[in-house]
Design a protein around this ligand. Structure first.
Ligand SMILES: C[S@@+](CC[C@H](N)C(=O)[O-])C[C@H]1O[C@@H](n2cnc3c(N)ncnc32)[C@H](O)[C@@H]1O
Length: 208
């Protein structure tokens, strides 16, 4: 079973930033690693589901011509909107996934940060199929997740990344592993079994 809506409503009831994403060095460092792992310097159109209070949103806004971020909880959406206020290319909406995935849009970047473990494996697969279908050829999907077990999570980060690695149409181009989190970068690959080296940063830059 996926983590119920009630859990998130309660997390935000008493706090603007229940995970203290804006304060902790742990988070700042992880966001910096996530941003550094993105293969392209700039993205045309990015989607960041489950953005919480918008700390990563603000960093992504500097690398994207257009950015859509969303969260299911209105208080989180308000906080994220405040963080990107004045940036006309960044939009934050209230959406519940996977039901409200923006299926009418195509993205060259999808950012799945600290959210896949809330979904049951079946629901995660639905969400990842949507993500893959909405990625342009060679578009980037980045995923980063906490590895320690949490009672209210439907899966661990490792389990969620195992499901992610089995999705057809995604070729892994980078991975970073620590005791606390996994960070993996995938490229949308139209050819099954395509050599990930053909999607490398050097290949994109014409160096190889
Ligand atoms: C731990 S925070 C992650 C924040 C952000 N992605 C980051 O890495 O800083 C998880 C967020 O996911 C949101 N969320 C969980 N399930 C969701 C769903 N089904 N649809 C949209 N948002 C969801 C929660 O409301 C919460 O704000």
């Amino acid at each position: 079973m996926s983590t119920p809506a009630q859990y998130f409503a309660e997390m935000y009831r008493d706090s603007d930033d229940p995970w203290r994403l804006a304060e902790r060095w742990y988070e700042r460092r992880k966001y910096a690693l996530t941003m550094a792992a993105l293969p392209r310097e700039r993205y045309r159109d990015a989607f960041e589901p489950a953005c919480s209070v918008g700390v990563l949103t603000r960093l992504l806004a500097d690398r994207c011509d257009r950015l859509l971020s969303c969260d299911r909880v209105p208080r989180a959406v308000d906080a994220a909107r405040r963080r990107v206020a004045g940036l006309a290319h960044a939009t934050v909406e209230q959406r519940v996934l996977p039901a409200q995935w923006p299926t009418d849009r195509r993205f060259d970047l999808v950012v799945l940060s600290e959210m896949l473990y809330y979904f049951s494996p079946d629901e995660e697969r639905t969400l990842l199929d949507q993500a893959t279908a909405s990625l342009e050829p060679q578009g980037t999907l980045v995923a980063v997740h906490w590895r320690h077990p949490v009672d209210d999570h439907a899966q661990t980060g490792d389990e969620a990344h195992r499901v992610l690695r089995s999705v057809p149409g995604l070729a892994r181009v980078a991975a970073h592993e620590e005791p606390d989190f996994l960070l993996e970068v995938f490229a949308r690959s139209s050819r099954p079994g395509a050599d990930p080296r053909s999607l490398s940063v050097a290949a994109l830059e014409g160096l190889v």
